[in-house]
Design a protein. Structure first.
Length: 413
């Protein structure tokens, strides 16, 4: 199964975990105390850029019957939607800019440019996902109710369609996000009634009508005789945003090293262990300034899960300090190229279309899922807890994993 004892998995003593938590608290305080004019300038410039791209795209698409205008307008509109969803909507609704006390840039008032109602997103994402990150059975983002992404999820016959569902989710991502709050798993387990689901659907329906009318009725109509080409441009811009948002989010949650957890781990979880779970359950991808910006700085998913309400433009500097802590406590800092992280995610989705009996690894030692029991698979691994008595050096998680791979396999007699 997934991780049930985070202390054992991380190879840290309770004192180590308390110290790690204190150092992460220090990072939070340092960023909070240093927020100021440069951060405010950043978010105001981002809003100005996004609105300029959106307006430019809409004006250009008035002449969408010309190929150059269609391409330029679609590109500008697609970029505007990505920036609005990733760097503005998602981060503003996390409360990253509430400290400015600006009513226009506040988590309580922002409604983003997508079909998902912000009020539902703030519950299903900000509260449920970030509180129960990667806890199987608690976090609905573990597979979004339709994908099997860990062997801890029981295989059902319909999971054979995993790759198809994955493609559909990427294509229709804004619609999948809109329906996410329905909590399909809870309905399936009868933890949520259909009456409650229909109440949520009415809220979703209201937002969908407004969004669809804007994208597929009002703006095409403003283009007059060019309404058909404007309609296709709007649909294409939404597809561009959908695929990009889907890829960024999957690269932060489903590559190898983004571990899963069981509800047992929550029983005695305190703030330091919550921090540790976020570090072990998230993954980054390497990005330069432009890609960081276009991903809403979610190329730093580890830092975002640690500090979801700190300004996203500070994640790069936070990441330097978090990586130093990972080195200090011998913890993994899961990262890689965007392509590598996505291919690992896709491989997991594809192979988990099959039942566990047809897979080679176990749910304790698979690339996409591990547990503290993986260290007991080969003889002698329990000696890697704590400090090596001979050298006095910490034998942490990264050391244990490295030596685990090098250790010879012993078969039972």
């Amino acid at each position: 199964m997934a991780i049930t004892d985070i202390d054992a998995y991380a190879h840290l003593t309770p004192e180590d975990i308390e110290a790690l938590g204190a150092e992460l608290d220090t990072i939070r305080r340092d960023i909070e105390e240093s927020r100021g004019e440069r951060d405010a300038r950043y978010i105001h410039r981002t809003i100005a850029l996004q609105r300029a791209l959106a307006a430019g795209g809409r004006v250009t698409l008035m002449f969408s019957n010309r190929k150059v205008a269609w391409l330029a307008g679609t590109a500008m509109l697609g970029l505007a939607k990505i920036i609005e969803n990733m760097e503005l909507g998602h981060n503003v609704m996390h409360g990253q800019w509430d400290w400015m006390n600006d009513p226009e840039i506040h988590s309580s008032s922002w409604e983003w440019d997508t079909t998902c109602p912000s009020v539902q997103w703030k519950h299903s994402h900000n509260f449920v996902h970030h509180k129960y990150t990667n806890v199987v059975g608690k976090d609905d983002d573990v597979g979004y109710g339709i994908l099997r992404v860990t062997r801890d999820q029981r295989w059902e016959w319909w999971n054979i369609g995993n790759p198809v569902y994955n493609l559909a989710l990427g294509t229709l991502f804004e619609w999948g996000v809109a329906l996410h709050h329905l909590e399909v798993e809870k309905i399936r387990r009868k933890d949520k009634t259909w009456r409650q689901a229909f109440r949520d659907l009415r809220i979703i329906g209201t937002k969908v009508v407004k969004q669809a009318a804007k994208d597929y009725l009002i703006y095409p109509a403003l283009s007059g005789r060019n309404w058909k080409t404007t309609l296709t441009a709007d649909a294409t811009a939404n597809l561009i945003r959908n695929y990009w948002a889907y890829m960024v989010i999957f690269c932060g949650h489903f590559p190898d090293g983004a571990e899963k957890f069981t509800t047992e781990e929550l029983a005695e979880e305190d703030q330091p262990r919550w921090y540790l779970r976020q570090m072990l359950g998230s993954a980054n991808f390497r990005a330069g300034p432009l890609m960081r910006f276009m991903s809403g700085n979610l190329s730093h998913q580890i830092e975002h899960h640690l500090f979801p309400d700190l300004p996203s433009n500070r994640y790069e500097e936070i990441g330097v300090r978090v990586r130093e802590l990972c080195d200090k406590y011998d913890l993994p800092y899961t990262t890689g190229s965007l392509g590598r992280q996505y291919l690992q995610s896709f491989r997991t989705i594809a192979k988990l279309a099959l039942p566990n009996a047809l897979l080679t690894a176990t749910s304790d030692d698979a690339p996409e899922t591990a547990s503290e029991l993986r260290f007991a698979i080969r003889d002698g691994m329990r000696a890697h807890f704590g400090v090596d008595p001979e050298t006095g050096k910490r034998r942490g998680l990264r050391t244990a994993l490295r030596e685990l791979k090098q250790a010879p396999v012993r078969t039972a007699s």
